[in-house]
Design a protein around this ligand. Structure first.
Ligand code: ADP
Length: 378
């Protein structure tokens, strides 16, 4: 129940004029008055409303106030509703009611003294309000706890993936060192050193990506913006991704506008963005695939597109792909290395440049096409 919903109180009296007088006495902002002219009518209202206080006239034809109170105490929903009995003042009558243990009970003698009834009722309204606030805070805390659990689970999953990602190159480096120590074969040693070089580059890239993510998170990434030629930046990106593309025997075609295009950008970062997309295209496309890099200027923005004919991204993952640690969980992609931070980083770098990125199209085995849009210098 929202904490600012009105607080209901129930008046039960067979005489209309008493109901109106009590309502006029107690009504104030934030309260809603429910009126019943009989015990039966009151029970119906109790079934559907959350009630902070019930004021019951004791002497009513048919079901009297005490009988109504016994019914209320018997039902789970209304057991704990505080009751104020309005009695004609015969003290012995009070002993007829049992059921004090379930909830507060009070007696007010008729003729009613307005101020006394008002202050007693206000105590119950305030208690009810506090109770509601406590419930709302409890729900809020439960939601926080759930969110924290989810974050904690993601963090643990991430640590597991990170451990796995770090173990492979570290083991390869260890094996390389062992070989170099044990054997004296210069030709083989050259090959081993080249492999170790690749592993070190891989480790360096992982660590740099991790540091970038935390730098962006803390708002500490500084772009070294300058006037740069688009074509030169794309060349840098292709050069960085060439080993991945060649290792998988993919064919890279490019369709980049021949007109001079200038960006106010950090060339290393823009190359990092495009190279990340090219590496993903190479990683998630079976050997011998087709990768295409295209760039055209449209309405003051250069549209850079990286398209592959690889395994594609399932529909349900497409909206999440730019979130940190998002990875498609299936055996074909899990066999690939990666931490699920590349696209999150790419998106943030593009946005730091005043641009945007989207997945243009993708589907299982239909390949993927990513588009980066960056503002150009007119
Ligand atoms: P990762 O390090 O796992 O590659 P990314 O953030 O770069 O992390 O990519 C997130 C996920 O998006 C990948 O794990 C992969 O499932 C999917 N993905 C990214 N690019 C492609 C692509 N070109 N084709 C198919 N799936 C892709």
């Amino acid at each position: 129940m929202p904490a600012d919903d009105p607080i209901n109180f129930l008046l039960v009296d067979d005489l209309e004029e008493n109901l109106l007088a009590l309502e006029a006495l107690l009504q104030r902002e934030g309260l809603a008055c429910l009126k019943a002219r009989s015990g039966e009518e009151a029970l119906e209202l109790l079934l559907v409303h959350d009630i902070a206080l019930a004021l019951l006239d004791v002497q009513m034809p048919g079901m009297d106030g005490f009988q109504l109170a016994e019914f209320m105490r018997g039902a789970e929903r209304s057991r704990h509703i505080p009751i104020i009995f309005l009695t004609a003042g015969v003290a012995t009558l009070q002993r007829r009611f049992r059921g004090y243990e379930a909830g507060a009970v009070d007696f007010i003698q008729k003729p009613i003294e307005g101020d006394i009834l008002k202050s007693k009722a206000n105590v119950f309204f305030d208690l009810h309000k506090q109770h509601r606030q406590i419930l709302a805070q409890r729900d809020e805390l439960a939601a926080y706890a759930d969110a924290l659990k989810t974050v904690d689970r993601h963090k643990n999953e991430f640590l597991a993936v990170l451990g796995h990602e770090l173990r492979n190159p570290v083991m390869a480096l260890g094996a390389g060192l062992y070989f170099l120590k044990k054997h004296d074969d210069p030709e083989k040693a050259l090959e081993i050193r080249a492999q170790m070089d690749r592993q070190v580059s891989h480790l360096t890239r992982l660590v740099e990506d991790l540091l970038d993510i935390s730098r962006i998170d803390q708002g500490k990434i500084a772009l070294r913006k300058e006037r740069v030629a688009l074509q030169a930046t794309l060349e840098l990106a292709i050069e960085a991704s060439r080993p991945q593309i060649d290792a998988n025997r993919h064919t890279l075609t490019s369709d980049i506008t021949a007109d001079p295009v200038w960006l106010d950008a950090d060339p290393t970062r823009v190359a990092q963005v495009v190279s990340n997309l090219l590496n993903n295209a190479a990683k998630y496309t079976p050997p011998g695939g087709q990768i295409r890099l295209a760039a055209q200027v449209v309405d003051g923005f250069v549209h850079i597109e990286v398209t592959d004919n690889g395994i594609g991204i399932p529909d349900e993952m497409q909206s999440k792909i730019f979130e940190l640690f998002a990875q498609v969980k299936n055996s074909a992609t899990r066999a690939q290395e990666g931490l699920g931070i590349g696209l999150a980083l790419v998106k943030q770098l593009v946005e730091l440049h005043g641009g945007s990125i989207s997945l243009q199209s993708s589907g299982p085995d239909l390949g993927s096409s990513f588009q980066v849009r960056l503002p150009v210098i007119p």
